[in-house]
Structure formats: C-alpha cells, structure tokens
Design a protein around this ligand. Sequence first.
Ligand code: UDP
Ligand code: MG
Length: 330
Amino acid sequence: MTVPETLYMVIPCYNEEEVLRETARQLKEKYESLISRNLISAKSRIVFVNDGSQDKTWQIIQELHSERPEFFSGITLSHNSGHQNAVLAGLMTIRDICDVSITMDADLQDDINAVDEMLERYYEGNQVVYGVRSARKTDTFFKKFTAEAFYKFMKVMGADVVYNHADFRLMSRRVLQELAEFREVNLFLRGMIPLIGFKSCSVYYERRERLAGESKYPLRKMISFAVNGVTSFSTKPLKLITALGFIMSIISIVAFIWSFAVKVTGLSVLGWSSTICSIWLIGGLQLFCLGIIGEYVGKIYAEVKGRPRFIVEDFLNEVGAEFINEENEK
Ligand code: UDP
Ligand code: MG
C-alpha cells in the first residue's frame, strides 16, 4: 500500500439540481482537507452519476467538471435506472482507477465528516466500512417507523443486512473487483456486500435532514425495495409454503380422526366425514406439493444468479527450484 491512496467517491444523482452545487462545495472542501492531511492522494475524484435526470442535474455536473476537473468527474446514464443501478454503474466504471471508493447520496443526509473515520478504518486494514446511522432525530416518525420495520422485516425473512446501514459505505478496490463477479440483475447492494466478506467494520453517524429537494423514495418505492431485497436474497418465503403444507397435512390427520369419531358416535349426517377429510387432505397435499416445487424453484434461482461460490482472500504458496533444493539440502 502506498499511502496516500486514491479515493473515488460515487454520488448517484436523480433530479438533484437544488442540492448539487452545495454538495459539490462541501465535498470539495472535504477533499482539500483530506489531501492536505495526506489521507488521500491528489488523484482522488468525486464522481457524480446522473441517473437520467429530467432537470439540470447533468448540466451542473458538466459545469463542475469543466470548472474543477481535478476534483469533479461525471457519468451519465442513458435513462433513469434507479438508485442501486446508478451506484453500481459508478463503482464499476471506477473500479480499475481507484484504490478505495465511498458511495454516498447526493442530498448530504449522510455526514461527510464520517469519511475521515472511514478512511482511518480502511488504513487499519478493513476492506469494507459500513456507515451506520446512530440516530434518526430528524426523520419524521413515519419515515423512522417504516425504515426500522424494513430492517426487521428483512431479518425475519432471512435476508441479512447491516441494521440501519444504507448505501453510505467504503469499499476497497479489491472488494469492487469481487463485486463485479456478482452478475445479478435485481440489485440489492446492502445484501450483496456482506456476502463478499473480508474484514469489515462500522462507523456511526447521525443522519440529517435532506438539504433541499424531495425524497425520491416514497413509501411505494420503499415497499418494492423491501420485496426486492427479500426475493433477491432469501428463499424463505418458499420454505414457508412447505412448512404450511406440512402443518396442513398434520391437521388433516387430526381432522380425519375427529370426523371418524363423530361418524362412529353417529352424530354426523351422511357424507359429512368424507367431505371434511378430503377438504383438509387435499388442501394440505396441494400446499405441500407447491412447497416441493418451491424448493426446486429456489435452487434454480440460486443457479441462475451464478454468484461466486467462494472468494479466495489469500494463497500462501512458495514456488521456485532454488527454494525446493534448499529445503532438500537441509
Ligand atoms: N437516486 C437515483 N435514482 C433514483 C432515485 C434516487 O440515483 O431513481 C439517488 C438520489 O439522487 C439520491 C439517492 O439516490 O442521491 C437517495 O435518494 P433519496 O435521498 O431521495 O432517498 P431517501 O434518502 O429519502 O431514502
Ligand atoms: Mg436522502
């Protein structure tokens, strides 16, 4: 490692004309301070990714780049592809030219002062540093409630994510190279990065209010994001069907015994027992069979994703004839 290393920050921007200039100003100040303290090299850049905005966002990015190319770079996507895709597009574009990357939203809700600590943790040997919100004082009750319910729901459904961590995150170049091996189309970066592994840690910060403009994540998008997260990471819903089918089958046996008892005691009308038994049995069997199909669908889904099965972190191996001879002479 040749310190200082080159840091590329990736900032996805969708209709952010109101905040962009202020964000750029604050980030430039931060970079100047980091460069003067020798924490990052002068080759470091701030990369804005324009995610098909309809306003002046791209125009502002172009201006920033031509005014201060030593700080600002820009990428523009051909159409609006969503936050996760915009972040990935940025990361994949810079993965061969940076040593380390940080992703952050354009609205400065994440504390840019946490960047210093993230870099310290990185220089201590962490490959991934998660920015975790310690408080949500400024969020409305509704936003706080839905956001926390989101993390709990994800956990219950078997998709493990870092609690209260969004996409404010430092990743080393090595991690970006491994991330490139994940070929899935339904992106859920928060779930994917922990799968990559390597030494990681968290840095805590207070989340602030949006600087200007509106949230691009209304409840509707949050719900579809959560559903995408679960269905991209967990086959638990499919397993639940199998479990339900199993329970129904057990109940059908109980119902069978019960209806038989009722029939023997002569309290039932003609045809009742056979109807009751078949309803439960068929219901149980159907769910059980669906569950079995679900298990196979789950396997197909895992195969189709083609995720790397393992990532080798290090290989300790010494080759060379002299070395082998030396060993033999001893
Ligand atoms: N964003 C994007 N594409 C989209 C929606 C959002 O690139 O389709 C960006 C947006 O410009 C911002 C970040 O993603 O930088 C997070 O969005 P926002 O702040 O609106 O979400 P919230 O913080 O309210 O959850
Ligand atoms: Mg925001």
